[in-house]
Design a binder for this molecule. Structure first.
Ligand SMILES: [Zn+2]
Length: 385
């Protein structure tokens, strides 16, 4: 970038985007953030866990006990795919004629990292003796397996009794306009690998075989049509989706011996893991199948009910953009689910998610200025003395 007058947020966002930190690499993003936070009076704690770079940073305002507000996010990005497909190189941030900041991570979520860091620098300069404490929890493994990232850091914080009252995660939560949506929870995710056993045979002699496709089809139809729950004021109804189905040898004259189905529940707080497992099993049993399931729970649902954090975030969005924000629990899982296990109120607030994980990822550069202001005002509402 050679543009003369980049704002502090845009300059930092560009610096971060220019580091090709494809998950789980960090490529110096965290060192850059830590240097700035150290200068702003934060105590820094790098947490290198296995191959993953993480850090925890905390600044106490010096007014004694008080609430802790944590900013959380990730420096890793998803792969770019072929660079030729991009209008501009993914790891050379640029602002185009339409005012869009382009580059991998612009939306998810280096733009937010820059906005939260600059907002905190400003806040600390304006309110050096703020209430309570400000913290950062940053990982380079959110887009990957996420085993040694936020989850592992949270376990260390839990072990030493670290308290987190509020957490703002910078995930791109907005859908049509900045701040129109914040995430105040997420559905749970329960995956399954179902195997249905039959008996292999010749298609011309079905009486000597047992076709697992034919046997399983009505059960799968029933699973797909099942009404799992109604959801509630905060969650849409639980959904069931089959993502893969596999059977057959490739030959046209062989009845396969086995069928494998991958499916996933995105579930609300109205359903439990055990309840969903039992109901799925009952349907499979009712169809007389010889079946087996390997379950994989990737996250329990969590919810932040209206309270101080959601109020402060909503009021700041209204003051900066004039918009009323909608709290939502839709979308995929996020690291918020790990942080919420500390009893923390968690809200995700970030830029538009329209181009995340896509070729030509981009956001309105001016939205990052607004996002910085929203984070700043949220800090003022929660921690100014
Ligand atoms: Zn993300």
């Amino acid at each position: 970038m050679t543009a003369p007058a980049l704002s502090p947020t845009l300059a930092l966002a560009c610096e971060l985007i220019n580091r090709p930190s494809v998950t789980p690499l960090d490529e110096g993003c965290q060192a850059l953030m830590m240097a700035r936070l150290g200068a702003a009076g934060f105590a820094l704690e790098p947490m290198h866990i296995e191959e993953v770079e993480n850090f925890w940073a905390r600044r106490d305002g010096g007014t004694g006990e008080g609430p802790v507000l944590c900013f959380a996010g990730h420096t890793d990005v998803v792969p770019t795919g072929p660079h030729e497909a991009w209008q501009s190189p993914p790891f050379a941030a640029t602002i185009d004629d339409a005012g869009m900041l382009r580059g991998r991570g612009a939306a998810d979520m280096k733009g937010s990292l820059a906005a939260m860091l600059v907002a905190v620098e400003r806040f600390v300069a304006d309110h050096p003796r703020h209430r309570g404490a400000i913290a950062f929890l940053i990982t380079s493994d959110e887009e990957g397996p996420a085993l040694h990232g936020t989850q592992a850091v949270v376990e260390r914080l839990r072990a030493r009794g670290e308290r987190l009252d509020w957490c703002i995660v910078g995930e791109p939560s907005s859908s049509a306009a900045l701040g129109d949506t914040v995430k105040n929870g997420r559905r749970g995710s329960l995956g399954a690998t179902l195997t249905v056993r039959g008996k292999q045979g010749h298609v011309a002699y079905p009486q000597l075989a047992k076709n697992p496709i034919h046997l399983a089809a009505p059960a799968l139809a029933e699973l797909a049509a099942e009404h799992w729950d109604d959801g509630n004021a905060f969650f849409p109804p639980t959904s069931f989706q089959i993502s893969n189905i596999k059977a057959g040898t490739g030959a046209t004259n062989v009845i396969p011996g086995e069928l494998q189905v991958l499916f996933n529940f995105r579930f609300s707080t109205e359903s439990t893991v055990e309840g969903l497992q039992q109901r799925a099993a009952a349907i499979l049993d009712r169809h007389g199948l010889d079946w087996q399931i390997d379950w994989a729970l990737s996250g329990l649902p969590f919810l932040t009910e209206p309270g101080a954090l959601l109020d402060a975030v909503s009021a700041s969005i209204r003051a900066v953009t004039g918009r009323e924000t909608t709290p939502s629990t839709s979308g995929g899982t996020s690291d918020g689910r790990f942080i919420a296990t500390l009893g923390t109120q968690v809200v995700e607030l970030g830029p538009l998610n329209a181009t995340i994980h896509q070729v030509d990822e981009r956001i309105l550069a001016s939205d990052l200025e607004l996002l910085t202001e929203i984070y700043y005002q949220t800090l003022v509402r929660l921690l100014a003395c």
